[in-house]
Design a binder for this molecule. Sequence first.
Ligand SMILES: Nc1ncnc2c1ncn2[C@@H]1O[C@H](COP(=O)(O)OP(=O)(O)O)[C@@H](O)[C@H]1O
Length: 191
Amino acid sequence: MGRNELLAAMKDRMPERRYIHTIGVADTAIELATRFNLDTKKAETAGILHDSCKYADRVWMKEVIKGENMNPLLLEYHHELWHGPVGAYVAQREFHVEDEDLLNAIRYHTTGRANMSDLEKIIYIADMIEPNRQFSGVEELRKAAQELPLDELMSKCITHSIGFLISKGQPVFPDSFQCYNDILQKRRSNI
Ligand SMILES: Nc1ncnc2c1ncn2[C@@H]1O[C@H](COP(=O)(O)OP(=O)(O)O)[C@@H](O)[C@H]1O
């Protein structure tokens, strides 16, 4: 499926505001893929599909998580975390995406994880810094996205996300801590 067809499918599944965010993520993913010499088409597709299940029925998502033997820990955390893994399932089943890296970029776009691929990182980052996002610190992250190497940028983004959740007294999914630790250790071993 091409960009317009995929976007039309997303428009039917989400409110206008989320659809505008989706276009922002796809376009930012293309920019980041260009900057870091990655496949822009894959980045665009992952960006378009990343939130396909953001408004999916919760009972149905729970069934998919159980039925597809996804990480059972997901069910112990906020249901907002379900749309990534279930979105990867939908990308494969409904939109015939077979590329495992692209599916992982959708799967882990909310939490991150240890050993992320470059594509996974840029989708995580694009979701955070696309032009419609507004939060304190986003401008600094956008600037970093123009200047820093990918791992330093990812490190800043995951640190910001975890810090934000902690500041709000919210639980943090373990994959996010593992992402943080992994990237920190890799950066240290490069010094
Ligand atoms: N790593 C995480 N661990 C636990 N909860 C999280 C994590 N990331 C996000 N959340 C929860 O899920 C909600 C939605 O996250 P996300 O999908 O990134 O937001 P958005 O709606 O801004 O795209 C957050 O407000 C938070 O409550």
